[in-house]
Ligand binder design. Structure first.
Ligand code: KIV
Length: 307
């Protein structure tokens, strides 16, 4: 994948090297420690702690509800799990409305949560923020096309961006603005495949597509879509596992076993020396022969001899 030593954390320079070598770049989202550990072990170079956490993990109706505290909490867990992958923290809605807010929020992702980069949505409209973050030494991933945080401004309905000549020109302008502002890569979300490929060919930095066809430098999926965990899988996603059914079946089998009294069995239980228990419960040979009339045990539990 790169010249970086096996266990050393990947950097944006490694990602640039992969891009330069023409190696496609896989990226996945993660929101918790065990998933991050598995993605890291699988050799996924980029892990995004997406603000999609709001919808897929926290039950919010949109990413707009996600707070900085939500993001920092989940980013910390992912960073603890991922020793080698480069972890990108997704800047939540209104955390980069001004350059000062952006510097403060991005700084918190790196300093408090241990992320190595941040992602911000928006092209031309966000270029000034990206520039300031990069100047401050913070690696930035851009995100153009369909940008979920601007959902209400974009008409509320999830829609492919750039199908008309005007919209395509505007998406290209966004891509150039993000690159010129100094981002190390950018997500292209819900863009026609031909437009995404044309943008990718014209940029120096890698594009990571989601619903943007095969012509991008890399691809990203929301991990719950990859694992088939949600009740709805978007058309652009491909589930590589079917965990929803697996979890449902496991929970139903567990409930059935508990109801039937077949869980736990002897193999899931531990045993103690019976004479020790007899002594504790006042059932020992001495208790029986002496017929001791004791009082309740020290924990207030009636002993057999008291019953
Ligand atoms: O929040 C997220 O998961 C994202 C990806 C869809 C790129 O932004």
């Amino acid at each position: 994948m790169s010249a970086t030593a096996e266990n050393q954390r990947l950097t944006v320079a490694d990602i640039a090297r992969m891009h330069g070598d023409g190696t496609p770049i896989p990226m996945l989202t993660a929101y918790d420690f065990p998933t991050a550990r598995l993605l890291d072990e699988a050799g996924i170079p980029l892990i995004l702690v997406g603000d999609s956490v709001g919808e897929v993990m926290l039950g919010y109706e949109s990413t707009v509800r996600v707070s900085m505290e939500d993001m920092l909490h989940h980013t910390r867990a992912v960073v603890r799990g991922a020793g080698r992958s480069l972890v990108i923290g997704d800047m939540p809605f209104m955390s980069y409305a001004t350059v000062d807010e952006a510097l403060d929020s991005a700084g918190r992702f790196l300093r408090e949560a241990g992320a190595q980069a941040v992602k911000v949505e928006g092209g031309v409209r966000t270029a000034r923020v990206i520039e300031a973050l990069v100047r401050a030494g913070i690696p930035v991933q851009g995100h153009i096309g369909w940008t979920p945080q601007a959902k209400y401004a974009m008409g509320g309905k999830v829609r492919v961006q750039g199908k008309t000549a005007d919209r395509a020109r505007s998406v290209i302008a966004d891509a150039l603005a993000v690159q010129e502002a100094g981002a190390f890569s950018m997500v292209l979300e819900l863009i026609p495949a031909q437009l995404a490929a044309a943008i990718t060919e014209r940029l120096r930095i890698p594009t990571i597509g989601i619903g943007a066809g095969p012509g991008c430098s890399g691809q990203v999926q929301v991990v719950t879509d990859l694992l088939g965990l949600g009740s709805f899988i978007p058309r652009h996603a491909r589930p590589y596992a079917h965990l929803r059914e697996t979890i449902l079946e496991a929970a139903q089998k567990f409930a059935a076993d508990v109801t039937a009294g077949t869980f736990p069995g002897t193999e899931e239980s531990s045993q103690m020396d019976q004479t020790v228990l007899d002594e504790v419960l006042g059932r020992s040979a001495l208790d029986r022969s002496e017929g001791v009339l004791g009082t309740a045990g020290s924990a207030g539990i009636p002993l057999d001899r008291d019953l």
